[in-house]
Design a protein around this ligand. Structure first.
Ligand code: AHG
Ligand code: MN
Ligand code: MN
Length: 333
């Protein structure tokens, strides 16, 4: 079977589904960033890109050199496309608007390097992105408030994972496609054209070191999973934690399961650790498009009206039956 390249897939999308050529151009630009970041990641210490940058981001988190390098690569590339009115990143205090005298159609949010704690130990990391419409009708420069649109308005979303292979998951709201980067030709090749997540699961992902801080519905759900075949669930579950959302989501897209980063009692001002605009929204859309579910324990993540650019949110995503169960425990509490 002849495998299609990303360029060919985007041409097909334009012909069959009316994909805007400007959106196709933006996706090509993000994919090209993935090629560049992937090669920096692959060289690691050889290029001197490991370790701390010696700075903090707006959320008070220490930045690694690769967080900063990846942010520069993506920011420069998306602003150069001529189709992005403004971009917002986990690593920047505020959005950055393009210099343009004409109205540009898109906004883009990204987590340039997800899973930073894995960088120095050569474990999977990734780039996550979410494209939104520019709500401005004129050429004026968007500001942070223009980004505050629910995830249901996304026009494209995906991630690029730098693992043993570099792979990109992509959705335009017509299912999920998975591409593998051929490092010999620097071309993305479609290796799964319709990714599906099983409705049931036997694997879960949560950072159990936080167990004592969790709220009662999460305590109950995890206790039942841990009780396995002897408990109310009547079956054994397996557990994994990579500490990179991109890798957990990728595993769930490939072999099923549920991923959780709940809110907890450590800092009541933070409703979870993960960020709505850069992590939760794009990953939730991919999950739903693959037949899975994504909630904050109460409602669909994609229905949440964001109030702040760097807003955090609790995340439960993956297999439909498991996400529905843990959500029902929250809503019954
Ligand atoms: P980032 O590296 O972009 O800050 O994101 C890390 C996130 C996410 O990818 C992962 O699921 C989670 O943090 C891991 O958190 P713990 O270190 O608390 O397990
Ligand atoms: Mn992240
Ligand atoms: Mn990050």
């Amino acid at each position: 079977m002849q495998q299609k390249t990303l360029a060919e897939v985007l041409q097909n999308e334009a012909a069959a589904n009316g994909l805007d050529d400007k959106l196709a151009k933006l996706i090509e630009a993000v994919a090209a960033c993935g090629v560049e970041i992937s090669s920096e990641v692959a060289c690691g210490a050889l290029l001197g890109v490991l370790g701390l940058a010696g700075s903090e981001n707006v959320q008070g988190e220490e930045q690694k050199k690769l967080d900063v390098i990846s942010n520069e690569i993506v920011t420069k590339a998306v602003l150069a496309t001529g189709v992005v009115a403004a971009c917002a990143s986990e690593e920047m205090d505020h959005c950055v608007a393009a210099q343009s005298s004409e109205r540009l159609p898109y906004l883009i949010c990204y987590d340039p390097l997800d899973g930073s704690s894995n960088i120095d130990i050569n474990v999977s990391i990734g780039t996550i992105f979410s494209v939104l419409p520019n709500p401005r009708e004129d050429a004026s420069a968007p500001t942070d408030v223009d980004f505050l649109q629910p995830g249901d308005r996304q026009l494209a979303a995906g991630y690029i994972m730098y693992g043993p292979q570099t792979q990109m998951a992509l959705t335009f709201g017509r299912g999920v496609m998975l591409f593998t980067l051929d490092p010999r030709t620097k071309t993305y090749v479609l290796t799964n054209d319709n990714v599906k997540v099983a409705e049931q699961a036997k694997e879960f992902a949560i950072n159990c070191s936080n167990m004592r801080h969790w709220e009662p519905p999460v305590q109950r759900y995890i206790k039942e999973l841990l009780a396995g075949a002897e408990g109310v669930r009547g079956k054994d579950f397996n557990m994994r934690w990579v500490a990179a959302m991109v890798a957990e989501v990728h595993r769930i897209l490939c072999r099923g399961g549920i991923f959780m980063y709940p809110r907890d009692n450590r800092d009541p001002s933070k409703p979870g650790k993960l960020r709505l605009m850069y992590e939760a929204n794009p990953m939730s859309w991919l999950m739903e498009q693959a037949g899975g579910r994504a909630t904050n324990g109460h409602v669909r993540i994609l229905s949440i009206q964001p109030e702040k650019l760097h807003q955090r949110v609790a995340v439960f995503l993956g297999a439909r039956e498991e996400v529905e169960l843990v959500t029902s425990y929250h809503n019954a509490a």
